[in-house]
Ligand binder design. Structure first.
Ligand SMILES: C[S@@+](CC[C@H](N)C(=O)[O-])C[C@H]1O[C@@H](n2cnc3c(N)ncnc32)[C@H](O)[C@@H]1O
Length: 435
């Protein structure tokens, strides 16, 4: 059989490559898992636009869908053509791509993807969109851009704050660094950046955080190879600051990969022993790579591949960091594919897994020890409610309140919501074992 000239993807135009990536996400693959392979066939000069179109369409997905429906005489029931329309509308409404280029390239993409017979529909709808942009902008602005099950949950959890929250979740998160203070202080690193003509400023809450004022190629920043900094969200940087002094202590990082929080602990403290545990062997390799790049002492670090639901330690720990697997709704700004991937039914399963890991890790903690429960979720079921249930079932657990001027105090723990120019949605609850 003769193969289509576009079957390998190599001859596809950029819009068709964007559509293929979006189709993969619609079919359940995470963007992180396909991005590298899909990017490899995008030419260097097109990569920035490819990135912007993929991430932008995912960010505006539900609004683009909402805009497209009334424009169709009857439902298309054709994922490829619908995705072409979203990519076309996104370019027309949210980018500076010239309208004629956006339309002709997107129509060509539909043809290249085997939709020759429907390419006229794509052309007609996109042309109409150029005449009706005003009302389209209103829809874009007002759309929560969340799947309806998630809007319902967030409304229930955050009531009158819902509109502000859904607005924040649509924004682009800033690029934030955590300075490796074993090598350089935050102010010294800011001076280095200034000398290089790079604009950046201090984070408000994290004392080691820097927000970059422009988007940059991270490995090209001064000191990257030498381990002068890591990329980490500001609110994730609070984890290490909420722990007791860990010098000489035995610490378990129960869901450690890729090691962002493990590394931060080692930048601040010298534990007697630190077990970095995770069930994902591939992600765990990144823990070692990160510690190596950051030149952190790995002598006392043991990397263990295991299921935290069942694993048991040969010795009880002084401190456990449990950065639990979660819905990751708090980091939607950085992972806009979560909008499409996460399903309502996933939440109860995640809550159950968190509970099992919590119950098991609690048994690995010494009396007097501290467990810090962390998620990057903003759903109460995974956070406040999870902790209400935990305290109801563990008479030997006592909350050690986090007194802070950031976040929102919950029945137990503190919740941070995503904010423009600042950190993502994170939750922290600190627990002491009293018996
Ligand atoms: C939020 S991420 C951890 C991020 C990490 N603490 C950091 O700061 O870089 C959650 C981790 O939990 C791990 N995980 C999920 N289920 C697990 C299980 N049953 N046992 C151990 N690790 C698990 C995942 O592989 C993932 O790496």
């Amino acid at each position: 059989m003769k193969q289509s000239p576009h079957a390998s993807g190599k001859n596809l135009n950029l819009r068709a490559q964007v559509v293929k990536t979006l189709l993969a996400v619609q079919n359940g693959q995470s963007l992180a898992s396909v991005l590298q392979q899909h990017m490899s066939i995008v030419s260097d000069k097109d990569r920035a636009l490819y990135h912007e179109l993929v991430l932008g369409c995912l960010r505006q997905w539900h609004a683009l869908k909402q805009l497209t429906l009334p424009l169709l005489a009857k439902p298309l029931e054709n994922q490829v053509v619908e995705t072409c329309l979203y990519v076309g509308l996104y370019q027309l409404l949210c980018t500076r791509v010239a309208a004629h280029a956006a339309i002709s390239e997107t129509v060509e993409a539909a043809k290249q993807l085997g939709m020759e017979s429907l390419s006229g529909v794509v052309n007609a709808i996109l042309r109409r969109a150029t005449r009706e942009t005003e009302q389209f902008y209103d829809v874009l602005e007002q759309a929560s851009n969340l799947p309806s099950w998630l809007s319902k949950r967030l409304k229930k959890d955050w009531g009158e704050n819902f509109d502000a929250l859904s607005y924040e979740l649509k924004q682009v998160a800033p690029l934030t660094l955590r300075v490796n203070t074993r090598q350089v202080s935050r102010d010294e690193y800011l001076d280095i950046l200034e000398d290089e003509g790079i604009d950046a400023h201090r984070c408000d809450i994290s004392e080691v955080g820097i927000v970059m004022d422009e988007s940059l190629h991270i490995p090209s920043l001064p000191g990257f190879e030498a381990g002068g900094f890591s990329v980490q969200d500001e609110h994730a940087q609070l984890c290490a600051t909420l722990l007791p002094n860990l010098n000489g202590k035995f610490v378990i990082d129960a869901c450690a990969a890729p090691g962002g929080k493990t590394a931060h602990i080692l930048e601040r403290y010298q534990p007697k022993k630190l077990i970095a545990l995770d069930q994902d062997e591939k992600r765990l390799k990144r823990v070692s790579e990160n510690l190596e790049r950051l030149v952190l002492d790995g002598k006392h670090v043991e990397i263990v591949t295991a299921d935290a639901v069942k694993w048991s330690s040969s010795e009880l720990a002084d401190c456990i960091v449990l950065d639990a697997p979660c819905s990751a709704i708090g980091v939607i700004r950085r992972h806009p594919d979560i909008r499409l991937l996460r399903q309502s039914g996933d939440i109860a399963k995640t809550v159950q897994l968190q509970k099992q890991i919590l119950d098991n890790m609690w048994q690995q903690l010494k009396v007097g020890g501290t467990l810090l429960y962390v998620t990057c979720s903003i759903l109460k079921a995974e956070n406040e409610q999870q902790m209400v249930d935990f305290f109801a079932q563990h008479a030997d657990a006592q909350e050690q309140k986090i007194e802070a001027d950031w976040g929102i105090e919950q029945i137990h723990g503190r919740q941070l919501l995503p904010h423009a120019g600042q950190g993502d949605g994170f939750y922290y609850c600190r627990i002491t074992k009293i018996a």
